[in-house]
Design a protein around this ligand. Structure first.
Ligand SMILES: NC(=O)c1ccc[n+]([C@@H]2O[C@H](COP(=O)([O-])OP(=O)(O)OC[C@H]3O[C@@H](n4cnc5c(N)ncnc54)[C@H](O)[C@@H]3O)[C@@H](O)[C@H]2O)c1
Length: 438
C-alpha cells in the first residue's frame, strides 16, 4: 500500500517506519526542511531504541523516503496520515492549527479517493472538522478515519509493531477495509482491531491518558500520606498491585508526570468538558497533585539544607521525562532544576540521551556531564529524577568518594533504604522512610 505520513516527529517517524517495515511504500513529510535533510543523510533527529536500524533498512530497501513535498506525496498515496503536534493552547484546548492546515493541504493535493487518517491526539469532533475542511477544497471522494496512537516513547517501535489494540474510528466500510489491511500484520498474535465511530475513537485516546495520569497522581498522594504515617509505599504498591482489578502497572510514585502527552491531554479533556457545560473536578485534582509533586524533591532538599542554597552544588541524574527517550517536553526535571537554581544552588546535570535537549532549557546556567559520576564531583547531594536503567546498580563507594556529603534524594525509589544506610548514605526516597548515614 502507498502511504504518506505528515509530521515526522516521535509518532509520525515511528509509524511511517513501522508501516514501511511491514512492506508498504511510505513517504514521511515534514515542513521543517532541516529535519528532512537530517533524515535523508541517514541521521535520526530523536532517540528511540531500535528506530535508527529500522529506518536504515527500510530506506536502503527503497520502502521509506523523506520529503517536504506534501503535494507530491499525497498524489502517490492512498492513505494520508496526519501526525503533527497538537500542543495546549493558552486556554488548555488542543491547538488544531497544524492538523487543520495539513488537512486542507491534503484536500488541495488530492486527485482521487483518499483515506485521511488523524493519528495525532485530537479533541472529539475533529474528524468532522477535518472532513469539512477537506470537502471545502476538493470534489474528490475521501473518508476521514480517527486512528489514535498509544505508543510509549522509549518503547515506541515495539509498541507500534505489537499494539495491545488498534482503534479505528470511521463509519465507512471502504475505509475500514483499507485500515484493516494496513494493520493486520501488526495484530497477528490476536490483539484486536476495534472499529468504532470517530468520536468514540477520539475519546478513547483522551480517556486512556487521563486514566493513566490519574493513577500516577493517586499513587503520588498515597506516597505523600505514607511519609506522614510511616508506611512504605513500595509495600503498599505490591499489596494493591496483586489485586487483579488493579494490576501492577502505573503504580510507581515519583516526581510527577511530564512529557508531551499527559499534561496537555488532561488539560484538553478538562477544556472539552467545560465546552460542554461540565466540570471535571477529578482531573482538576489530578493536575493540581501533579504540579505539587514536581516540587516535592526540591522541598526535601530545602528541608535538609535550608532555603538558602547559595554556595551549594547539586548533581542531577536523569532529565528526560522518562527513561529511553531524549524528550524533555514538560519534564519534571525542568521544574526541579529551575527550583534549585532559584534558591541559589549550582547544578551539575547528567542524562544518557537528553543533554542536547537540556541545553535548550538551561543554557549556560548548569554544567553538563556525559558521565554520571563526573556530575557528582564536589556536590552536596545527588538528586535522581529519571529512572534510567544504568542508575539502578551504580558504584556506591565511588559515589561516596566523589560527593562532598553522601546524600541522595531519589525521586524514583531506585534503591532500598536499608541498603543505602549500609553503604553510608543519607537517603530520601518518595513515600518511604528516609534513612540517615550512621
Ligand atoms: N509522543 C508520544 O508519545 C505520542 C503518543 C501518542 C500520541 N501522540 C500524539 O501524536 C501527535 C504528534 O506527537 P509527536 O510527539 O510526534 O510530536 P512532534 O512534535 O515530535 O512531531 C510533530 C511533527 O510535525 C511537524 N509538523 C508540524 N506542522 C506541520 C505541517 N503543517 N506540515 C508538516 N509537518 C508539520 C513538526 O515539524 C514535527 O516534526 C500529537 O497529537 C501527540 O499528542 C504522541
Amino acid at each position: 500500500m502507498k502511504i504518506c505520513v505528515v509530521g515526522t516527529g516521535y509518532v509520525g517517524l515511528v509509524a511511517g517506519t513501522c508501516f514501511a517495515e511491514s512492506g508498504n511504500d511510505v513517504i514521511c513529510i515534514d515542513n521543517v526542511a532541516a529535519k528532512i535533510e537530517t533524515l535523508r543523510q541517514g541521521h535520526v533527529p530523536i532517540y528511540e531504541p531500535g528506530l535508527e536500524e529500522l529506518i536504515r533498512r527500510n530506506v536502503t530497501e527503497g520502502r521509506l523516503a523523506f520529503s517536504t513535498d506534501l503535494r507530491a506525496a499525497v498524489r502517490e498515496s492512498l492513505v494520508c496520515f496526519i501526525a503533527v503536534g497538537t500542543p495546549s493552547g493558552a486556554d488548555g484546548a488542543a491547538d488544531l492549527g497544524a492538523v487543520m492546515a495539513v488537512a486542507a493541504e491534503i484536500g488541495r493535493a488530492m486527485d482521487g479517493y483518499r483515506v485521511i487518517v488523524t493519528k495525532s491526539t485530537v479533541p472529539i469532533g475533529t474528524a468532522e472538522r477535518v472532513r469539512q475542511a477537506v470537502a471545502s477544497v476538493t470534489k474528490q471522494p475521501f473518508d476521514v478515519v480517527s486512528n489514535p496512537e498509544f505508543l510509549k516513547e522509549g518503547a515506541a517501535v515495539e509498541d507500534f509493531m505489537k499494539p495491545d489494540r488498534v482503534v479505528i474510528g470511521t463509519g465507512s466500510p471502504r475505509a475500514i477495509d483499507v485500515m484493516r489491511e494496513l494493520y493486520d500484520p501488526f495484530v497477528r498474535t490476536g490483539n484486536p482491531i476495534l472499529v468504532m465511530d470517530n468520536a468514540s475513537a477520539e475519546m478513547t485516546k483522551y480517556a486512556a491518558n487521563a486514566l493513566l495520569a490519574t493513577r500516577i497522581s493517586f499513587m503520588n498522594e498515597i506516597a505523600n500520606l505514607c511519609e506522614r504515617v510511616a508506611a512504605d509505599v513500595d509495600q503498599v504498591r505490591r499489596g494493591i498491585g496483586y489485586d487483579r482489578r488493579i494490576g501492577h502497572h502505573f503504580l510507581f510514585p515519583g516526581v510527577g508526570y511530564g512529557g508531551s502527552c499527559f499534561p496537555k491531554d488532561v488539560k484538553a479533556v478538562i477544556h472539552t468538558a467545560h465546552e460542554h457545560g461540565m466540570e471535571f473536578p477529578l482531573l482538576n485534582a489530578v493536575e493540581d497533585v501533579n504540579e505539587a509533586q514536581k516540587h516535592r524533591l526540591v522541598e526535601k532538599v530545602v528541608a535538609e539544607f535550608g532555603a538558602d542554597l547559595g554556595g551549594r552544588r547539586f548533581a542531577v541524574w536523569g532529565l528526560a521525562f522518562k527513561p529511553r527517550t531524549d524528550d524533555m517536553r514538560e519534564a519534571p526535571a525542568i521544574t526541579i532544576v529551575e527550583g534549585l537554581l532559584a534558591q541559589g544552588a549550582a547544578i551539575a546535570v547528567h542524562d544518557p540521551e537528553a543533554l542536547h535537549e537540556a541545553r535548550k532549557a538551561f543554557g549556560e546556567r548548569v554544567s553538563y556531564h556525559r558521565v554520571n559520576y563526573e556530575a557528582l564531583d564536589g556536590a552536596d547531594a545527588l538528586l535522581i529524577v529519571t529512572e534510567w536503567n544504568e542508575f539502578r546498580r551504580p558504584d556506591f563507594p565511588r559515589m561516596k568518594r566523589l560527593l562532598r556529603r553522601p546524600i541522595i534524594f531519589d525521586g524514583r525509589n531506585l534503591y532500598e533504604p536499608e541498603v543505602m544506610r549500609e553503604h553510608g548514605f543519607t537517603y530520601f526516597p518518595i513515600g518511604r522512610l528516609a534513612v540517615r548515614a550512621a
